[in-house]
Write a protein that binds this ligand. Structure first.
Ligand SMILES: [Zn+2]
Length: 116
């Protein structure tokens, strides 16, 4: 269960090993494309505020819950028409406050989506 080092992508500029863009440290990149996507997301939320909406959370764990999970919980709590769905292998959970608006599926995302 190891990745051979020759398969780790290298930065074309400095040659250092590349990694995924995660909010794990101060190297997270928010470029022009990221900001445009963030604006589209904000606009979508603005246009659907108070409407019947599904917050579909796929495989979000507790590493950085403030990015997706907690906002989804808060927006579901604030909107009685909202539905929160959590598909997660081993961590499918919703707080008591939104339990009646939640669908938690404990399973492999690939299998769940195929079954749908
Ligand atoms: Zn580099």
């Amino acid at each position: 269960m190891r990745v051979p080092s020759e398969l780790v992508p290298k930065c074309p500029v400095c040659g250092k090993p590349m990694s995924m863009n995660l909010r794990a440290d101060d190297t997270f990149v928010e470029d022009d494309g990221w900001h445009k996507a963030a604006e589209r997301y904000d606009e979508f939320l603005r246009r659907h505020e108070g409407l019947h909406i599904l917050f579909l959370e796929l495989g979000v764990g507790m590493n950085t819950p403030v990015i997706i999970k907690y906002p989804f919980w808060k927006m579901t709590y604030a909107n009685p028409k909202a539905v929160y769905t959590c598909v997660n292998y081993g961590e499918a959970y919703a707080p008591d406050e939104i339990r009646g608006q939640s669908i938690c599926i404990n399973g492999d995302i690939h299998e769940v989506l195929n079954a749908l």
